[in-house]
Design a binder for this molecule. Structure first.
Ligand SMILES: Cc1cc2nc3c(=O)[nH]c(=O)nc-3n(C[C@H](O)[C@H](O)[C@H](O)COP(=O)(O)O)c2cc1C
Ligand code: SF4
Length: 603
């Protein structure tokens, strides 16, 4: 037995109170110390925690950012999305390959570097982007790459292990973050200088029930995508019986093209923590949990500093804000590269130190969430809205937006436009108006609300951004006339193959078959009957998958089929046989999903 490893693991396990539910943190710490989590580390962790090694193994193997085998001391993860490819990610990848003498996916012979692709890292407005030892670098150009590699080589002489999460001073020094602010247009929610704790103090002046009533009156709906009424969620959680109640902030932000939560956490962290704290007060919670995606690990230190300041200022801890008997604190849980952990029940599993497999529902988290106790899970933006509503009043919020969609929405705009970034816009504006605002006069295709959302064609640009019409988590990816819509749909299909958790067959197998179907389409080898079977399979995956990931994974294919049937038709194989079905027949199900008839089909 390796004594060094044993002592280090014991120390780490004790630092987390030998608490099995903190396994994510323990594994991160082991990886940070040894560079990977080898068989011996798994055994040692299992022994120290008194659990079977298989339990550790199955958890560690689930997350993309955990390594079972040694990798390069420096980890370069390049963001792989249709937007990053459009902006030159392939050329940047080639420059890295040249500078390092390895291909993507390989480690250099000296063990210094591993180069790989990773899913969207939350910088769609600043692609091509990469995580270098956990630190984000954006707007990379091939010419930058030799300099970055040289700096990393030089620093490595110090022998310090570049870190994930990147607390190590070396990592911060070596790969300086060049991210710029994403905020292009602020509105009532974010403009001015929001006063720290104003919303929290206003909430503490009321009873918890009155706070929930204010949020209900404001008609706030969840900003994570599904639009569930926040007041109702809080009421259900408060009412549910349990030994403890919890508020969890979902900062997993894995939907490609979304980066508003990164902005809020970087530039408005006090509003996020105000929202969490007042939610904790309303729910009767003593602990808040912020689930921060592994890709945002470089924010860790800054967020911890804000929490520390808030503790010093009496905004966390005992008697928060001077309110007798309201004790509340916040813990940040770092994720490790799994899109599925944004799904709320997977997030709970991950918070408890397990693999992020979705739970069966009911019971819903409001009844049985974190550690089996009532838990409200809210998106970062939702909690920021809650803080502002408590500060300014429910009527202020309902005075913005439309009848069913009060307030404003943070839209994350990327792709073919002059001014990508985050725009705070009133609900009710049309896609046309948004495209004008961001400088995209010749857009031919908008992927709305991320790959799990829908493909929108110009004939539908008059539709409104609101829960009444097009609801969204914020991702708005714009593609100009020179882009290949079908190739983009294929890339999104590939994303879902990578991110399927593999638990259920319809999603695990179905996403792979759908990708293969799209490959055939893109290559011009698909026939009408191939299209019909791809569409039928897509609908089966939607119907039979266990969770929201599988249920939305076919959307890029189904909605490009219904929005752009003419492109599919034009790409069909020139096979000389009499089709048994027409394209309209083949696309009937897709049309049903989209709710509209294609206009340009030659029936
Ligand atoms: C595959 C998948 C990924 C998701 N990712 C996120 C995410 O990154 N952030 C988020 O707030 N909600 C995400 N959601 C939605 C959450 O399950 C949940 O509805 C949301 O956190 C609730 O917060 P809200 O009511 O404030 O929107 C995801 C859902 C699915 C199915
Ligand atoms: S639908 Fe996909 S992500 Fe969801 S449980 Fe099944 S395999 Fe996992």
């Amino acid at each position: 037995m390796n004594r060094d490893l044993e002592a280090a693991v014991d120390h780490i396990v004790q630092a987390f109170g030998s608490d099995r539910t903190r396994l994510m943190d323990m594994v991160i710490a082991v990886q940070q110390r040894f560079g990977h989590i080898g068989d011996e580390a798994v055994q040692t962790l299992a022994m120290a925690l008194g659990v079977h090694a298989v339990e550790i193994e199955e958890m560690v193997s689930f997350y993309a950012f955990f390594d079972r085998a040694p990798r390069g001391r420096n980890r370069i993860r390049l963001s792989k999305t249709p937007i990053s490819f459009m902006k030159g990610a392939k050329e940047v990848a080639q420059a890295f390959e040249q500078a390092l003498g390895v291909k993507i996916g390989e480690t250099t012979a000296d063990g210094l570097f591993t180069l790989q692709w990773t899913s969207d890292i939350g910088l769609a407005d600043q692609e091509p982007a990469a995580l270098v030892n956990g630190v984000a670098l954006s707007e990379l150009a091939p010419a930058d790459i030799p300099l970055i590699v040289a700096a990393l080589r030089q620093a490595d002489v110090s022998g310090a292990l570049p870190a994930y999460p990147p607390h190590a001073p070396d990592a911060e020094k070596l790969a300086k973050s060049v991210i710029r602010s994403s905020l292009v247009q602020s509105g009532p929610l974010l403009s001015g200088s929001p006063v720290r704790a104003a919303g929290l103090r206003a909430a503490l002046a009321l009873t918890p029930d009155a706070v929930i009533e204010q949020i209900t009156q404001s008609k706030l709906r969840g900003r994570g995508g599904a639009g569930f009424p926040t007041g109702m969620k809080w009421r259900l959680t408060r009412k549910a019986s349990g030994i403890e109640h919890y508020i969890a902030c979902n900062a997993d932000e894995g939907e490609p093209g979304t980066f508003k939560d990164r902005l809020l956490l970087l530039e408005f962290p006090d509003l996020v923590f105000d929202g969490m704290t007042l939610a904790g007060y309303a729910l009767g919670a003593r602990q808040g949990l912020l689930y921060l995606r592994g890709e945002y690990a470089s924010m860790w230190d800054a967020l911890q500093r804000v929490l520390e300041e808030r503790r010093k200022d009496g905004l966390l801890g005992a008697n928060v804000g001077g309110k007798a008997s309201f004790d509340f604190d916040i813990r940040i849980q770092l994720g490790a590269g799994a899109y599925i952990c944004g799904e709320e029940s997977s997030l709970l599993e991950s918070l408890e130190g397990k693999r992020g497999s979705p739970r069966d529902r009911p019971p819903f988290p409001t009844e049985r969430g974190y550690l089996g106790q009532p838990t409200a899970i809210d998106n970062v933006e939702t909690l920021v809205c809650a803080a502002r509503i408590m500060e300014k009043g429910a009527a202020w919020f309902t005075g913005l937006g439309t009848k069913e969609s009060s307030g404003t929405k943070l839209m994350c705009v990327s792709g073919d436009c002059a001014r990508p970034g985050v725009y705070e816009t009133p609900f009710g504006i049309t896609i046309h108006e948004l495209l004008d605002l961001v400088g995209a006069p010749d857009a031919q295709y908008v992927q709305f609300s991320g790959p799990s959302g829908q493909a929108v064609a110009p004939k539908d640009f008059g539709r409104r951004i609101a829960y009444e019409d097009l609801s969204t988590g914020g991702s708005t990816m714009i593609f100009g006339p020179e882009r290949d819509v079908l190739e983009i749909a294929l890339q999104f299909a590939d994303f879902f193959v990578d991110e399927s958790c593999g638990w259920c067959a319809p999603c695990r197998i179905g996403t792979t078959l759908l990708k293969q179907g799209m490959e055939k389409v893109v290559a011009g080898r698909a026939t009408l009957s191939d299209l019909a079977s791809t569409e039928a399979l897509a609908n089966t995956v939607v119907r039979m998958s266990r969770c929201g990931l599988g249920q939305t994974a076919p959307n890029p294919i189904l909605t490009t089929m219904s929005s752009f049937p003419e492109l599919y038709e034009a790409r069909l194989a020139a096979a000389s046989f009499e089709p048994l079905v027409t394209l309209v027949d083949a696309l009937r199900e897709a049309v049903k999903v989209q709710g509209r008839e294609p206009v340009t089909v030659d029936a």
